[in-house]
Design a protein. Structure first.
Length: 163
């Protein structure tokens, strides 16, 4: 639902979240690009994080290990969870949700590629664009993240089909 990289999700710390502002601020040190990244949170994502607080909100990590509340889950935890649900690594991986989101946001929901790429925290390849484009498009990304969460709800509730 937030389509960050699995490592960014597994290392999520409660101090990075501002649930009143519906934002997750990932520090640059935890990002592949080295740049800080703001993830606007949909109402559905907010609900999930609030539901997680009683279980892990007293510790550092949103997803701590079962044995050590001061350490994040392993880098294989999310793929192991998918496997436990019956999916093989050939069908889907935790990282694969990012590609799925990119494709469907473009082809089905009609969002601009530039906006999607910004939300995915992909580096701008063109040096000139990188030098001059300092926009965050936070308002548009917030709308996109809510539309994405609503789309996932509609799929789950069978209001629409994936095909």
């Amino acid at each position: 639902m937030v389509f960050v990289r699995p490592g960014e999700l597994r290392g999520a710390e409660w101090t990075e979240f501002n649930l009143d502002a519906a934002e997750w601020s990932i520090p640059g040190v935890r990002m592949k690009s080295g740049q800080p990244h703001i993830v606007p949170l949909s109402t559905q994502a907010m609900s999930i994080f609030r539901d997680l607080q009683p279980f892990s909100g007293h510790g550092k990590f949103v997803f701590p290990t079962p044995r050590n509340k001061n350490a994040p889950v392993s880098n294989m935890a999310f793929n192991a969870a998918l496997k436990a649900l019956g999916y093989s690594g050939k069908e889907i991986t935790a990282h694969g949700f990012r590609a799925t989101a990119r494709t469907l946001l473009d082809e089905v929901l009609g969002f601009k590629i530039e906006l999607i790429e910004h939300q995915l925290a992909h580096a701008v390849r063109d040096p000139l664009s990188r030098a001059y484009n300092r926009t965050t498009h936070l308002s548009e990304r917030r709308k996109m993240m809510q539309a994405w969460a609503d789309y996932l709800d509609d799929l789950r509730n069978k209001k629409i089909s994936a095909g």
